[in-house]
Structures are given as C-alpha cells and as structure tokens.
Design a protein around this ligand. Sequence first.
Ligand SMILES: C[S@@+](CC[C@H](N)C(=O)[O-])C[C@H]1O[C@@H](n2cnc3c(N)ncnc32)[C@H](O)[C@@H]1O
Length: 340
Amino acid sequence: MFAAYTELRNAQAVKEYLVKKQLVHPDFLPVKEMGMIYFPIIQKAVVPRAKVVQTKISFSAREKPQTIDELLKGILNPQEMELLPRSQEIVGRILILEIPDELSAKEKSIAEAYLKVHRAIDTVVRKERAHGGEFRTRTVRILAGKKSKETVHKENGIELKLHLEKTYFSARSAHERLRLARMIKPGEEVLVMFSGAAPYPLVLAKNSDARQIYGIELNPLAHAYAHENIHTNRLEHKITLHYGNVLEVLPKLKRTFDRIAMPLPKTGEEFLPLALSRIRSNGMIHLYAFLEEKDIPAYAQRIKEIARNARHSLRIVRKVKCGQFSPGTFRMCFDLKVEK
Ligand SMILES: C[S@@+](CC[C@H](N)C(=O)[O-])C[C@H]1O[C@@H](n2cnc3c(N)ncnc32)[C@H](O)[C@@H]1O
C-alpha cells in the first residue's frame, strides 16, 4: 500500500491536502511511528511536505459505521425487523422511538442499537403518550443513554433548550417556522399566540427583519425556558414574552399586529375572533388545524363564518400542508389575509 509520511508537526497540513485531493484511503487509519505519521493513501502521488512510499506497515482498519439492521440481526427476526419504525424524531440529542407493542420485550436492545448508530444523540426514549392536555405535552420513557429529558435543539440558526415531557416541541415544524419567517416584511410587528419555549419567536426574529416579535404562553415552565432561550440567542431586543392565557393577556395589551401566528392546531379557531380584533389592515393570520383531506373545505367555510360573525373580511390566501398528525390527518396552516 502507498503511504504519505511526514513529521508530526506537518500532520494537519498534509492531512488537509490529502482530503482535498481525495487521496485518503477510506479503509485504514494513519499510524504514528518514531516522530513520524504515515497516512495510507489510495495511489502514488506528489504530496507537499510529505514523502510518498510503498510500505508494508500494517494499518488498522477504520471502524465502519454499522446500520440498525446489522446491529439488530440475530436480536430481531425478519418479521420483527419489518415492524421497526423507519423514521424517528430527533429533538436536540434525544431520539424518540415509536415502538410497536409487539417489540416491547426487545425495546432496550433496539434503543441501544439506535444509540450506537446515531453519533449525535445521547438518549433514546420511547413515546408513551402523544401530545395532549392544556399544555400539549407528551409522555416519553428513557430506554438508553443519559437519564435526562432536557435537551438543546438547534434549527434555523437558533438554539432551543426544552424539556421533552414538560414543554411542547415538534422538530418537524422547522420548515414551517422558516416559511413564516420568510414572509415577514421589514419592520413588521408579529404576535405568536401559544409561544411555548419560543421556537417560533426565535426563528422569526433570527430570520427576518421584523421590528418586534411578541409571544404569549400559558405553561409556566415553557415560558421560563422561552426567557432563557431568548437570552441564550441574544434576541432579547427583538422578542417580548408574556405569561398567561391569550384570552386574558391579549385584551390587556394595547397593541395591534401586522402578523399573528396561531400554532395551536387542536382548538386554534376558537381564538380567531380575538386575533381578528388585533390584526392590522392587510395583516396576515396563520391559523393551524389538524384536518383530514375531506374536511378541509368545511373547515375553510367555518373560518369564513367566524370572520363574518366578527364583521371582518378575510381571504384564504393559501392552505399549506405542513406536517402529519397521524396517517391521513394533516397539520394544515391557513394563511389568512385580513382586509379591514
Ligand atoms: C402546540 S403547542 C405550540 C408551542 C410552540 N409554539 C411550539 O411550536 O413549540 C401550544 C402551546 O400553547 C399553550 N397554550 C394552550 N392554551 C393556551 C392559552 N389559552 N393561552 C396561551 N397559551 C396556551 C400550551 O401550553 C402550548 O405550549
């Protein structure tokens, strides 16, 4: 095999050259010997600051990353392998597995395998109960790795600290948050009802020229995380947070907004009359709902009726499928233009 060798002090420069020229041998690791380092390479070449030789040195084989299927071969039979969920949500350094009941007896081995394969995770949890209740929280059980349900998630240029069980968060809404951010015009004042640990306020503030983003949240722990998160992301000057029920807090705020996001898909439309009372002329409301395809037209009618009853003229600019709640049920966003 060919190797490029050099003194240890040149190692970094030589390595960078070999990587750039795609000369690095993919199967073997470099070897250090008597103040020199030997890089296994795929062919004879001229390498600045190094000598290239044909060598009989025995290089150690690089450990090949294993796949889930390889790791679980012999633990799960082919039928059980078929039951393994193929897509998982990763929040920060926690991987959330939806393990079917048939695989419960092998849940620990499955979790250990995922922990081994995904280098960027510390903990594997099993989803026990989907989001529910007033705070829209879920229940998870730790199966492998670090015993913590608190993590820091990174998306769209922000860092978000949260507790997986005590605060709502969905990593799957990252694209949707960026979609909203890209619609914001310079100088807009934006309200995020139901702001949680502040993923929407942070992504909107970071990725737009909004003048100010306001958030309102009922879960005290999510609100506390939100404060910490705007501090960590140095966005205190662009985000103002309020704690409490939107129905009580918003009427007391003496302001209107260019844009209002309403990320509470189960009952969001109940808050639409209040949002309509606080949106500026030609402002936009983003209303979320979980809907089956067949129910979309009826829901659109319902929105229009709510607006009519509140004496507002409203146009549905677009209906966006921005996620899936369950098979056949979409997370929809209705972009509503309010003409006063
Ligand atoms: C679906 S979660 C969205 C949270 C956050 N926007 C996110 O995407 O991670 C809805 C949030 O609304 C909060 N919430 C529910 N009812 C509320 C109300 N009446 N006033 C203020 N917040 C409320 C819940 O505590 C929860 O954090």
